[in-house]
Design a protein around this ligand. Structure first.
Ligand SMILES: Nc1ncnc2c1ncn2[C@@H]1O[C@H](COP(=O)(O)OP(=O)(O)OP(=O)(O)O)[C@@H](O)[C@H]1O
Ligand SMILES: Nc1nc(=O)c2ncn([C@H]3C[C@H](O)[C@@H](CO)O3)c2[nH]1
Length: 228
């Protein structure tokens, strides 16, 4: 039984890999609230006003997802509570939260993280982090086409996205809730290239076997087409 959490910048491929991994390993995917998130378009239209509200929205859904996942013990999460503060701190650092909002946010987050310590399973089994460069990130954002994420919608998004990428490296180094591994999302096109996809899956399966989370005899499923 495994809980795998994915991480990585916007458009890195987390949702795509979550779907594939869940199918491949026979586990249940949990997706981030994006298309059903009423605050996200408000945030992009007026980040100053909505940064705190958006964070509380995400934090709440991520808390629910990680609790459910740690209970089910058979899940893949496309982003998780462990990444929440990265976004909020970055927004706070560029002046999008008051001191009171920052204090309230961290109290709430610490409270929630404290609750997780009382779960029978306390941590995920593996973090899979997808690294991408700025150019790849922008290409993927364009490919997916959410209007409010485009640079043409707001030219300051270039700085926002570049800044976000800079926050990921120290975040990954510091992350210690579980074993972790990185995927090169620039070089490996696991969405449209079956060879690359198999390479990524082989890396993840090898890591899970190393960790004793998959039996060494585990073999890839033969009855599903993973790229669909
Ligand atoms: N490795 C890849 N190669 C080619 N295209 C990719 C790759 N990963 C993702 N894509 C494409 O990039 C777009 C964004 O991917 P996806 O939604 O999986 O990213 P995400 O990390 O979940 O994004 P977000 O953080 O915004 O939720 C999609 O159109 C997807 O098909
Ligand atoms: N401010 C903020 N805080 C978060 O925790 C967070 N998580 C995701 N996002 C934004 C990025 C993509 O546009 C979109 C999908 O990832 O949602 C966030 N934005």
């Amino acid at each position: 039984m495994t809980v795998i959490v994915l991480s990585g910048p916007i458009g890195a491929g987390k949702s795509s890999l979550t779907k594939i991994l869940a199918k491949y390993l026979g586990t249940k995917p949990f997706y981030e609230s994006v298309d059903n998130n009423p605050v996200l378009p408000l945030f992009y239209a007026d980040p100053q006003k909505y940064a705190f509200l958006l964070q509380v929205f995400f934090l709440n859904t991520r808390f629910r997802s990680i609790k459910d996942a740690l209970t089910d013990d058979n899940n893949v999460l496309d982003r998780s509570i462990y990444e929440d503060a990265l976004f909020f701190q970055m927004n706070a650092d560029i002046g999008r939260a008051t001191t009171e909002e920052v204090d309230t946010y961290y109290e709430l987050l610490n409270n929630m993280m404290g609750q997780l310590e009382h779960m029978p399973k306390k941590n995920p089994d593996l973090l899979v982090h997808i690294n991408v460069s700025y150019d790849t990130m922008i290409k993927r954002i364009q490919k997916r086409g959410r209007p409010y994420e485009q640079l043409s919608y707001d030219a300051t998004l270039e700085d926002y996205y570049k800044r976000l990428l800079r926050y990921y490296e120290p975040w990954y180094e510091k992350y210690d809730y579980s074993p972790k591994m990185e995927i090169n999302g620039d070089e490996l096109d696991f969405v449209s290239n079956d060879h690359d996809l198999q390479l990524v899956l082989d890396q993840i399966v090898a890591k899970l076997k190393d960790l004793g989370k998959l039996p060494t005899s585990w073999d890839k499923p033969t009855n599903i087409k993973i790229s669909q």
